[in-house]
Design a protein around this ligand. Structure first.
Ligand code: TA6
Length: 288
């Protein structure tokens, strides 16, 4: 790993062994790693505490495929490409496999602020024929805060779906209770709508879209509480692949599912969010 250059007192730009540009942040309260490939927060850890984010020990970090773990940015669609975009395009859109631009880094009393952006190119136009500017503002402090802004730089309305697909690090599935998800959810494993009764516990694979979540989701992991506080989203997605799902993934070890849980602020409505020309729309998630 070669150090390219210090950007601020607390942030360095480095290339990993495969040449992928990464930001290394280490400030008074936390450390983090952010990949410009994907605009992807890979790691976040407060000093003296366990890591907040899970990153697969088999994650591919050479820019050839999406990175398993951290916070992938799913955009401008979520899951399989919807009919309005055309079938068969890459799952979860192209933001997570695009090289983002670093617009700025600055150190502040409450943490290190990073601004990343992605604009349309021939490659994005081929998948999604719209001019856009996507901006990700990341604050690495006592909290990890992400704001994703979609700006329409074209002359026709755009419709998007998205998720900040947060992989939380957990100690073990048996230790977990998730509160604040609300009741109604779509179960993507059965294709049925269902109702949550009480706190969610983990005993099998889960792939659910909760439609009426509270702003704050609490993930209780034994004595440890992680809060995921989100805004301007329309749903929270909860996902764990369990053993059968993990075994099927080349970039997750078989027992990887035991130490991760995805709790994702998302825009999943079929209608998406419409952004008029010259307008923008933002949503956010904060890991506390
Ligand atoms: O957020 C849950 C989900 O959409 C699942 O359906 C699931 O398979 C997953 O994300 C991971 O997707 P990926 O394309 O990263 O393998």
């Amino acid at each position: 790993m070669q150090s390219l250059r210090p950007l601020t007192a607390n942030c360095q730009l480095v290339n990993n062994a495969s040449g992928l540009p990464l930001l290394y942040i280490d400030n008074g309260v936390a450390k983090a790693e952010i990949s410009l490939f994907g605009g992807h927060v890979l790691r976040y850890q407060r000093h003296g505490e366990p890591a907040s984010l899970w990153l697969s020990n088999k994650a591919v970090l050479d820019g050839s495929k999406p990175i398993r773990g951290g916070i992938p940015v799913c955009w401008p669609w979520f899951g399989p490409s919807p009919a309005r975009v055309g079938n068969g395009k890459p799952a979860h859109g192209f933001a997570r496999t695009s090289l983002w631009t670093l617009d700025g880094v600055s150190d502040h009393e409450d943490g290190t602020l990073v601004h990343l952006s992605l604009t349309d190119s021939d490659a994005t136009q081929a998948l999604w024929p719209h001019p856009f500017e996507l901006e990700l503002d990341i604050l690495v402090g006592r909290e990890l805060s992400l704001v994703l802004t979609t700006r329409n730089t074209g002359s026709a309305p755009i419709v998007y779906n998205a998720a900040l697909h947060t992989y939380l690090q957990v100690s073990a599935p048996e230790a977990i209770e998730v509160q604040g998800l609300g009741e109604p959810y779509a179960d993507k494993l059965t294709g049925q709508d269902a109702q949550q009764q009480g706190a969610l516990t983990l005993t099998a694979a889960i792939d659910r879209v909760y439609h009426q979540p509270e702003a704050m989701i609490r993930v209780q992991d034994g004595d440890r509480t992680t809060q995921v506080v989100s805004g301007n989203h329309d749903s929270i997605v909860v996902w764990t692949p369990w053993l059968e799902g993990a075994t099927a993934m080349a970039d997750m070890s078989n027992d990887g599912y035991r130490t991760m849980l995805c709790v994702e602020a998302a825009i999943t409505a079929d209608t998406g969010v419409t952004v008029a020309p010259d307008e923008e729309h933002s949503f956010s998630t904060v890991i506390i």
